[in-house]
Design a binder for this molecule. Structure first.
Ligand code: DAH
Length: 342
């Protein structure tokens, strides 16, 4: 048995010294300390030893167990640190501490991302539409199948004007007018600033940017939606992006989805920035609800369509590695002046 203990220890040492990511480390933990782990087995087998042997071996196995536990705990810390560093280094394009260069004006990072996405959709036959930031209740909610007192309104509290109009909470507010303006078939994107009554922190802002897109034609299906999203995202990130759809509820689409992309930092293997899932949530979307098409004057016997609401702010943060959303509206030239080379 002593030999076995030594062998297990050697095997553990060689594995723990070369482990590179948290998933592999977890495997090692299971392999040695899990229910059927090697160290757990040693302890289980101890019952077959004589009393004298038990004393000596028991002590040795417990020492080994403690050693394995300690090594794993310190390696978890090491790996976490290394993974965080990797994350920070992968976002080298953005550095809040760089000195300010006032010699030239610069584009806001959201403007850069917006123009890039516009260009991609433009080449795919989409028109780019503009729509006011102040809208009425009908456009922002009713025409999107969100009647008064619908619980979906709770998530979209906003700023109301005395005349009953409001600051739009999402770019979907333009869907109805654009359908009415052009009819079907239709391909359009409409980027805009949106507003919500939010308490702000590193991930939440009361003012942010979205880009809505709709495509309406005969025989439009979810495959079209996936194709357009995949193409657009692969262009934006200059590499092949994997996407997946999860069910999501939005009253104006049926079925509705959350579109995730494979994590850009770890390539889908799992890391802190994707909470080890390998996926990042990017863009809610779905097939436009027949009621919404009807409100927009579209013949639902003939046409179907998809819609998506891309978080432009989120996209810019991901693309440039901006960790605090508040930097974007801060007017802080130190952080904003470095996005000029486009
Ligand atoms: N308007 C939604 C929001 O801001 C996002 C959204 C979801 C837009 C699904 C869509 C869609 O076009 O299909 O929360």
């Amino acid at each position: 048995m002593q030999e076995k203990i030594l062998k297990i220890k050697e095997e553990f040492e060689s594995l723990i010294n070369t482990v590179e990511n948290s998933e592999a480390l977890e495997q090692i933990r299971i392999n040695f300390l899990g229910k059927k782990g090697q160290v757990t087995d040693l302890l289980k087998n101890l019952k077959n030893a004589s009393n004298d042997e038990k004393k000596v071996l028991g002590k040795e196995i417990n020492l080994l167990k403690r050693h394995v536990e300690e090594q794993i705990a310190s390696t978890v810390e090491k790996i976490k640190k290394a993974e965080e560093e990797k994350l920070v280094n992968s976002a080298t394009k953005y550095d809040v501490s760089l000195p300010v260069d006032f010699s030239q004006g610069s584009f806001h990072p959201i403007t850069l991302v917006q123009r890039e996405v516009e260009e991609i959709f433009y080449t795919m036959g989409f028109t780019i539409e503009d729509f006011p930031e102040v809208v009425d209740d009908y456009n922002c909610f009713e025409a999107l199948n969100i009647p008064k007192h619908h619980p979906a309104r709770d998530m979209q509290d906003t700023y109301y004007l005395e005349n009953g109009q409001l600051l739009k909470t999402h770019t979907s507010a333009a869907q109805n007018s654009i359908m009415r303006k052009y009819g079907a078939p239709l391909r359009a994107i409409f980027p805009s600033r949106c507003f919500r009554n939010e308490s702000t922190d590193a991930c939440h802002e009361n003012t942010f940017f979205q880009m809505e897109g709709i495509m309406i034609d005969e025989n439009i299906s979810i495959s079209n939606l996936i194709y357009f999203m995949k193409t657009m995202l692969s262009e934006v990130f200059h590499k092949d992006i994997n996407v997946r759809l999860r069910p999501g509820f939005f009253p104006f689409v049926e079925p509705g989805f959350e579109l995730d992309i494979s994590c850009l930092i770890c390539g889908g293997e799992g890391c802190p920035s994707c909470k080890n899932s390998g996926w990042l949530e990017l863009c809610p979307c779905g097939m436009i609800h027949p009621n919404v098409l009807k409100y927009g004057g579209i013949d639902t016997d003939k046409y179907t369509g998809f819609a998506f609401g891309l978080g432009l702010t989120r996209l810019a943060m991901m693309k440039y590695g901006i960790k605090d959303i508040r930097d974007l509206n801060s007017g802080n030239l130190k952080s904003l002046s470095q996005f000029k080379n486009k």
